[in-house]
Design a protein around this ligand. Structure first.
Ligand SMILES: Cc1cc2nc3c(=O)[nH]c(=O)nc-3n(C[C@H](O)[C@H](O)[C@H](O)COP(=O)(O)O)c2cc1C
Length: 322
């Protein structure tokens, strides 16, 4: 099985990826959160720097672009090629209310003729391999056969499917039937994404699509950074390694010059997910969320680990794919 860590904007940046790869080796590839260029394909230099291979400790990384202009996509792809990348991913899945109305992200699925024209131009000129990360539709996963017909016209290096429609945001039950049907008719190799939160969730996906070779966990792997190791048959997460990993992440943010306030904000976002490993520790989690200084934060994290509530079987909540 080939495991790609899902892109999560605001969370899985280079500091996270580098630290995760060191503490929890065994992830085949990390997908970077989207770059959103302007109409000319320009982007803030800090965003590109986050993809600098040196900053990423040499880990395999898949860059992603969110835009609906083929010219901008191609221009930014050329910059990525100059950095050494050989593949780029198109975001056709972001469900945000500020993105979709602009026909970007999952909004690319609003008008299939425009999607076709975009891909036509990109594939005519791209020197990089191009993959797509897509939802199964906007209002319903029943839209996917028509969408797949468009994708199948082009030699996508991979099609990563978040097995929900845009309307399901991150909550609805992933639609395994629709994914399994796509698996049979996709020209590109398929990667499954959506609610791989535990080995049981993974088993449900593999029961429906036994020949599947690519999986992409996201929130489940932030909530439990040892998830991929466990999916490979390795040991479950230990409190001590989680504690060391999170402390190193915090220290690395501070060392990178991210101010205390923003570093704390980043850690609180991660704790939103991995706090689920501490069932019943609401009081301690609240204290952590209120921390306003590095000292308060470290004391609150220490209290959480001392609470005795750590349970590696506890999970970020989410239904089994259906
Ligand atoms: C906070 C957050 C940020 C995300 N950022 C991105 C992104 O930059 N690019 C992308 O393709 N998907 C993004 N996603 C979607 C995830 O990659 C993934 O498709 C989704 O969370 C479903 O997988 P999961 O159930 O394993 O988390 C984001 C999701 C969340 C919750």
């Amino acid at each position: 099985m080939f495991y790609t860590f899902a892109p999560m904007e605001g969370i899985t940046n280079s500091i996270f990826r580098r630290t995760h790869a060191r503490y929890f080796p065994g992830t085949d590839r990390y997908a970077a959160p989207f770059l959103a260029p302007d109409g000319q394909g320009r982007i803030k230099s800090a965003a590109l720097l986050d993809l600098d291979p040196e900053r990423n400790g040499g880990i395999p990384l898949l860059p992603q672009i969110l835009c609906n202009s083929a010219g901008a996509f191609l221009a930014l792809s050329r910059e990525l090629a100059a950095m050494g990348y050989t593949e780029v991913n198109l975001n056709a899945g972001c469900p945000s209310g500020t993105v979709v109305p602009k026909h970007k992200g999952a909004g690319m699925l609003l008008d299939l003729r425009s999607l076709d024209a975009f891909l036509n131009e990109v594939f005519a000129h791209s020197r990089l391999r191009v993959s797509v990360k897509s939802r199964l539709g906007l209002e319903s996963t029943a839209e996917f056969p028509a969408i797949l017909e468009i994708y199948n016209r082009y030699p996508l290096s991979e099609l990563i499917l978040h097995a929900r429609g845009r309307n399901g945001l991150y909550q609805s039950r992933p639609d395994l039937k629709a994914f399994a049907a796509a698996f049979l008719s996709s020209r590109a190799p398929l990667c499954y994404n959506g609610n791989i939160l535990s080995p049981a969730h993974r088993d449900r996906v593999l029961a429906a699509v036994p020949d599947l070779e690519r999986l992409m966990p996201g929130r489940g792997a932030v909530a439990d950074p040892a998830l991929i190791r466990q999916l490979r048959g390795g040991a479950p997460l230990e409190a001590q390694e989680l504690s060391a990993f999170l402390e190193e992440l915090f220290a690395a943010n501070l060392a990178a010059g991210i101010g205390e306030y923003h570093s704390l904000g980043r850690m609180k976002e991660i704790w939103y997910y991995c706090g689920h490993l501490f069932p019943g520790a609401q009081r301690e989690l609240k204290r952590l969320n209120k921390a306003r200084s590095a000292g308060d934060y470290r004391a609150a994290a220490a209290a959480l680990f001392a609470s005795g509530r750590f349970d590696p079987r506890a999970r970020f909540p989410g239904e089994l794919p259906e």
